[in-house]
Write a protein that binds this ligand. Structure first.
Ligand SMILES: *[C@@H]1O[C@H](CO)[C@@H](O)[C@H](O)[C@H]1NC(C)=O
Ligand SMILES: *[C@@H]1O[C@H](CO)[C@@H](O)[C@H](O)[C@H]1NC(C)=O
Ligand SMILES: *[C@@H]1O[C@H](CO)[C@@H](O)[C@H](O)[C@H]1NC(C)=O
Length: 412
């Protein structure tokens, strides 16, 4: 039976929060961020002040507007701790996954964080924050309290967020970018490249814990979530914010945890797989900063991806609506075999990853079987699960140094 693994990822964040800090409000000592996002609490000066400048790096905040009116915050770390010129550096864009934000790249020490390692290695580092997360909650027309604000899925991240952030970085730097995605940040890039979009602005792409096909996962909590997600949750929440920190969603998650056979105690392991290499010093800031909101509709779309075993645009679940939006009774597919075969790719996946399951990664690799051999780098890490790729204490040695080497090989 198909299990809705990304729905489950959301539960990971949410339930971990409920279990670990049941009575504490997130960041309650901070002021609210931005004129619209009044329900979301964030450090007033943004991610730069919260997590970059404190380590002795320069950091700049930017706002980028998408074609559909969302205002996204981006951070730039133009140079390493040693300083030096910011000119002629290779730009790298970091795109986080679902239900987290750009902070996920900055949870470890400077010597262990991919973002800060890249800056110290001479790259010009840019961090994106997806619509709906705490630093990216403004829109030209809608407040996050409007249902219209949450009327999107990862299709819109492909058609709007990604072009906005990639276009912004390449226009600011006058260069093609190197892309790094984790989890959902890999799916949006793969989907975009498969349509031939953004490819002209991307020099290479690193995909950590790649998510594309999502049919394999086997945890009790996953099964419970899978039953709930495509069905109930839409009628329960409608077109709305999926905020694991607020009551309706939290109650839904608690109910799921009460189902027979569902053990919400060791959630991190139950949901992401057995991460080999997490340290308490990282898990604690993770829980302080995450989870972040996403659109319920986005999670429904992800659950459809699991159910159907193929990658398509959002299914309106109704022939007439699909006809209206796509001119067809079924939503169009993303065909990953159409990713340009000469685009340099670096995929890194883990043997213990319950979300990016080895069998699903194999399906992804099958769709890339015509890729130019010298442009496809695949790394398999037997002990790694989903969170090890962003927070693992060994990620520096096992993954990030290889990523930096890969980028250096793309110079010519
Ligand atoms: C949501 O967006 C779709 C287009 O993707 C549109 O047809 C629909 O009317 C929108 N719904 C609301 C409530 O804004
Ligand atoms: C692991 O966490 C402890 C404190 O929680 C810290 O002292 C130590 O430096 C951390 N180790 C690594 C490799 O980050
Ligand atoms: C995807 O594209 C490849 C190559 O362009 C083609 O051979 C294949 O039939 C397509 N798959 C589907 C399901 O359309």
């Amino acid at each position: 039976m198909a299990v809705h693994s990304l729905a489950v990822l959301s539960l990971l964040c949410a339930l971990t929060f409920l279990v670990v800090e049941p009575h504490q409000a997130f960041g309650s000592s901070h002021g609210s961020f931005g004129p619209i996002g009044n329900t979301v609490i964030a450090p007033p000066a943004g991610l730069c002040a919260a997590a970059v400048v404190v380590h002795g790096y320069k950091c700049q905040e930017f706002e980028v507007r998408t074609d559909d009116g969302y205002i996204l915050s981006m951070q730039r770390i133009p140079q390493g701790r040693a300083g030096g010129s910011a000119k002629n550096k290779q730009p790298v864009l970091l795109q986080h996954g679902v239900l987290v934000d750009g902070m996920t790249w900055l949870l470890t020490s400077p010597d262990e964080s991919l973002a800060l390692m890249l800056a110290d290695s001479g790259f010009d580092v840019w961090i994106a924050n997806t619509r709906g997360t705490r630093f990216s909650r403004q829109h030209v027309t809608y407040a996050p309290t409007n249902p219209e604000y949450w009327n999107w899925t990862w299709d819109e991240l492909v058609t709007n967020d990604l072009p906005a952030v990639i276009g912004f970085v390449s226009s600011q730097t006058g260069q093609k970018i190197h892309y790094v995605g984790h989890s959902l940040g890999t799916l949006t890039a793969l989907a975009s490249f498969s349509e031939g979009k953004q490819v002209e602005n991307v020099k290479s792409a690193v995909l950590l814990s790649p998510i594309a096909y999502l049919s394999h996962m086997t945890t009790a909590l996953g099964v419970a979530a899978s039953k709930a997600f495509v069905g109930e949750i839409t009628t329960m929440f409608g077109l709305a914010e999926f905020n694991p920190k607020e009551k309706p969603v939290a109650d839904f998650l608690k109910a799921l945890c009460a189902e027979p056979g569902v053990d919400c105690y060791d959630l991190l392991t139950a949901i992401t797989g057995k991460n080999c290499c997490l340290n308490a010093s990282t898990v604690e800031p993770f829980l302080k900063n995450e989870p972040q909101s996403t659109a319920t509709k986005n999670l429904v779309h992800l659950a459809q991806t699991v159910r159907d075993g193929i990658l398509t645009k959002y299914d309106y679940g109704n022939v007439n609506y699909n006809e209206e939006h796509y001119g067809k009774s079924k939503p169009p597919a993303y065909n990953l075999s159409n990713i340009p075969h000469n685009l340099p790719l670096f995929l890194s996946y883990g043997g213990q990853d319950a979300l990016s399951d080895v069998r699903d990664v194999q399906t992804l690799l099958d769709s890339l079987k015509f890729h130019d051999l010298d442009k496809l780098n695949v790394q398999y890490i037997k002990d790694y699960a989903h969170a090890d790729f962003i927070m693992g204490v060994t990620a520096k040695d096992v993954v990030y140094n290889q990523v930096i080497e890969f980028f250096r090989r793309q110079y010519h």
